[in-house]
Design a protein around this ligand. Sequence first.
Ligand SMILES: [Zn+2]
Length: 205
Amino acid sequence: MKLRWMRAPGIFRILFPDFTWRYNSGVKKVYLTFDDGPIPESTLWTLNMLKEKNVKATFFCVGENVHKYPELFQEIIHAGHSVGNHTYNHLRGWSADTQLYIENVIMASDLIDSKLFRPPYGQIKKSQAKHLLPEYKIIMWDVLSGDYRKDISPEECLNDVLKKVRPGSIILFHNHLKTEANMRFAVPRLIDELKLRGYEFDVCQ
Ligand SMILES: [Zn+2]
């Protein structure tokens, strides 16, 4: 069930038309996003790889990780990437009380100076979104990489993303211990292939 939701089917896009699911500028650009960091084991590698490829991305950070690794968070910003709020404790919106949820986002905003927000697990209630939308642009995705999946190989992870990507796509990867193998294989190869196909990379805004 979770996987099915994570694919962000049409019904949720209809329920939340104010969210950004993809950029429709008509330009051949894609938007790489990395959720759940910063953590040294994954984010440092990601930053080095992006630097090598000369690509900018957007990092949706968890407040408690920023609190633990403030220098790493600063490294993301100094490298010219964009950052977004992903709650302080990676809360699951559907089971979280709305007031607690909003307070958790505000707590993260003390550490993460950004007008971008992405709900963990893609789960958010209407009542929560209503509170956040005046302050935040809520950035979802149209291409979910299977970097967290244990039932696919790194090659399948890469090929699946390549099949789904289109101009304006927002592509979701993770900076998480559980997603390392697929992510480390797929992202550099994805960047190379998309460059060959004439795509540019931009940050969410
Ligand atoms: Zn997350």
